[in-house]
Design a protein around this ligand. Sequence first.
Ligand code: NAD
Ligand code: ZN
Length: 248
Amino acid sequence: MGARDLIREAAEVLASRKNAVALTGAGISVESGIPAFRGAQGLWERYDPMEYATIAAFLRDPGKVWIMLSEMIDILARAVPNAAHRGLAELERMGILRSVITQNVDGLHQAAGSRKVIEFHGNAEALVCIACWKRYVSREKIRDGIPPRCECGEILKPDLVLFGEPIPWVAQGDAETEAEGCSVLLVAGTSAEVSPACEIPRLSKKRGAFVIEINPEETQLTRAVADLHIPATAGEALSSLVAAIRGN
Ligand code: NAD
Ligand code: ZN
């Protein structure tokens, strides 16, 4: 199938079934200038996520991990939503998309106007004390130097899920409810390598949902789970999808 046929078929499925949910990963924010882990450039060439983004590494040497975190928080603070985030917000306004489950910690779905966003891996905006749970605003707190400390003297950690940490139970439950209740799952910009988020497409599929994957590369979902794979960037694919549905 040519690119235009793929977009047309995806648009028809979305417009006729409605009741869609999106699952997004780092790839959807690449066009906003935030590097993803896989196919990585920039930040992750200097900091191997498997070495830096684990809770064990953080607790062993918070000062070292905070060098990477403060750089990441700076990149996130400068980023703005791209056509993919805007496209998903538009699909929600059109009554086609009911929620977004995101693995991202950048807040760009909300910035683009999506109202129902489940943050599976938390958010980098807030810091939380590892001893007393007091919360702070990331940008303000790291201006005083790193690693940032709580007024109780303990180290602060961004309120996001590092490798080795559990998924916040409310997000886990909400994501499962959405994944099992949708009739179309739109998976965009995820390598589907990070567990347990990578289980979500199978939950939807088991309940009979049509799975559309948007990713320039093939992933482990492409042949095993996806009903339709659109090999394009998230920005291109989602803006074309919105245009095609409007034209329907
Ligand atoms: P990943 O880094 O494992 O995979 C990214 C995927 O996006 C790849 O399959 C790649 O082919 C695809 N991709 C690259 N450019 C794309 C584009 N323009 N459009 C569509 N797809 C594109 O990402 P993951 O599966 O989300 O897992 C990594 C973990 O790290 C997640 O928890 C993720 O959210 C987190 N992380 C978050 C951010 C962020 O908040 N923006 C950035 C890096 C990593
Ligand atoms: Zn504290």
